[in-house]
Write a protein that binds this ligand. Structure first.
Ligand SMILES: C[S@@+](CC[C@H](N)C(=O)[O-])C[C@H]1O[C@@H](n2cnc3c(N)ncnc32)[C@H](O)[C@@H]1O
Length: 204
């Protein structure tokens, strides 16, 4: 196991859902951005670094039928799977490091809340973007949430690279057009405020 996967397996096998800073009972911003991306019930949507997030539950409840969740931690995906129960059978659960993954199909919507920001090395960011470009369909949409430039310097005890719309646009390159961008204050389960920034891009 890589250091990265050891870290995340330890997090998800020792902490309860609401003992992690990124927990959200209701992932309202992600749902709004996916709706703004004009995702239809049969649109293929992948949540990158989805962990044990409740986003997949909310998407299933809204009738989305082609869902995938990718995470480096098998334990995180198992938590989400168990919570969803029989409905989890319709979701594609992918245990992989996104920087080393080979996408087997294309997706209409790529969603990432707080996974890309862990890639502090240029080579890892570039490997991520290569996978994204291989996986996102023509005219597909990309939603990325990271800590904002004035957000925390660490997440889950690991250093992060903070982003704004320009640094994300530069990473994605010219074939992606910025459609939306805003900063949002996330309140952790213990009441701390973390400034996130969300961007939505359209593939041209
Ligand atoms: C801060 S958590 C956010 C989880 C989820 N997106 C949410 O909003 O609740 C970051 C997630 O990214 C996953 N992760 C970190 N690095 C990864 C990588 N290289 N490949 C795939 N998943 C990764 C972690 O296991 C963890 O579930």
């Amino acid at each position: 196991m890589s250091d990265r996967s050891v870290h995340w397996e330890a997090v998800y096998t020792t902490k309860a859902e609401n003992e992690v800073s990124w927990f959200q009972e209701n992932p309202a911003t992600s749902l709004r951005l996916i709706s703004d991306a004009k995702a239809a019930a049969d649109s293929a949507i992948i949540d990158i670094g989805g962990g044990a997030s409740r986003l997949v539950d909310a998407l299933v409840a809204r009738g989305f039928r082609s869902l995938a969740v990718l995470d480096i931690s098998a334990a995180a995906l198992e938590t989400a799977r168990t919570r969803l129960g029989p409905k989890s059978a319709d979701v594609d659960w992918i245990t992989a490091d996104v920087t080393k993954w080979t996408p087997a199909r294309s997706y209409d919507v790529w969603h990432d809340r707080a996974a890309f920001h862990f890639l502090t090395e240029a080579a890892d960011r570039s490997a991520y973007i290569d996978r994204l470009k291989a996986a996102v369909a023509p005219r597909g949409q990309v939603i990325i949430g990271t800590f904002a430039p004035d957000g925390p310097e660490k997440c889950s005890g690991l250093p992060v690279t903070r982003h704004d719309a320009k640094s994300l646009a530069d990473a994605l390159g010219g074939e992606f057009e910025l459609a939306d961008n805003f900063v949002e204050a996330h309140r952790t389960p213990w009441g701390a405020i973390q400034r996130f920034q969300f961007s939505r891009f359209r593939r041209l």
